[in-house]
Ligand binder design. Structure first.
Ligand SMILES: [Zn+2]
Length: 292
């Protein structure tokens, strides 16, 4: 497959997913911001699940819809065109719509954001995947010494992990799902769940690539108070959690994760259990909204 790296052309299907996961109004992926702000822009007051009478489970009153943002920076023109021409978002929306009922429309956007990030905005009910984030991921991999082709493939895969993280935020918001813990971690686990349970080898590669991006980013960062206080887990933790999910999904197959030192034995021992709990939880939470 011929790829034009200088323009970050996307030839494959970044957004091919079976079901989704989410990042709330103003919440971001935390994947690409070395010094992330705690996203105080989130102004939505969410109703508790118990108080919410607006939606009734199983009613399909919305769809994933697609919008293409305008591009002002010429270096993203080709990328934007490619995403549009190949209907990557449209295909993702179609697959998500086939799998899940929604209480209202959720818009999927690929756009120029002015920062390397991805968001779910609960006020606009939109998921934004920023071209800057895709560029950042590509450069992160390439600058680590990877050949162009590999860096490009990894960018694709890591973007898939992050997209499903944002879908996770969207579903938590739209379905008013109970999250007893850190929502950013829940969104990561939603992405891991969908990738590892629904998307086969492509999904495994997405979780590996997301983990790799966290690992590489952590190397180039000095942790600040802001990082420690941020709602996202530290990149190192997100890396180990991802490793635990992959290992837990099939420990005989992914033994090298432990033998090669990517995951300490002490953590690995309980990853099968941890993975099972994660996937059971997400499967049960999504069940009322799954289409037959
Ligand atoms: Zn998030």
């Amino acid at each position: 497959m011929r790829r034009n790296y200088s323009n970050l052309m996307i030839v494959g299907a970044i957004f091919v997913f079976v079901v989704g996961c989410m990042c709330p109004a103003g919440r971001n992926s935390g994947t690409s911001t070395p010094e992330p702000s705690p996203s105080p822009s989130s102004s939505q007051t969410k109703g508790s699940p118990a108080n919410d009478t607006k939606t009734s489970p199983n009613k399909d009153e919305g769809d994933f819809k697609v919008e293409h943002g305008s591009v002002s920076n010429a270096k993203y023109t080709e990328l934007a065109k490619q995403i549009k021409d190949e209907k990557l978002l449209e295909n993702a929306a179609a697959q998500l719509n086939k799998a899940l009922a929604l209480p209202e429309d959720i818009t999927l956007k690929a756009e120029e954001c002015g920062e390397a990030n991805a968001f779910y905005d609960p006020n606009a009910v939109e998921i934004s995947m920023c071209y800057e984030l895709m560029e950042h991921l590509y450069l992160t991999f390439r600058n680590s010494g990877m050949p162009d082709q590999k860096a490009y493939d990894k960018m694709f895969a890591a973007t898939r992990f992050i997209f499903l993280h944002e879908v996770g935020h969207a579903l938590i918001d739209q379905y008013k799902l109970p999250i007893m813990g850190n929502e950013e971690d829940a969104a990561d686990r939603c992405s891991a769940f969908i990738n590892l349970e629904e998307l086969g080898q492509q999904g495994v590669e997405a979780v590996f690539a997301g983990a790799d991006a966290f690992r590489l980013q952590s190397k180039s960062q000095t942790k600040t108070k802001g990082d420690l206080a941020d709602e996202h887990l530290l990149d190192e933790q997100r890396f180990y959690n991802s490793m635990c999910m992959i290992y837990g999904s099939n420990s005989p197959k992914y033994q090298n994760i432990v033998t090669e030192g990517y995951l300490p034995k002490a953590r690995a021992e309980r990853c099968e259990q941890e993975y099972q709990k994660t996937t059971d939880s997400w499967a049960n939470l999504l069940k009322p909204w799954r289409k037959a």
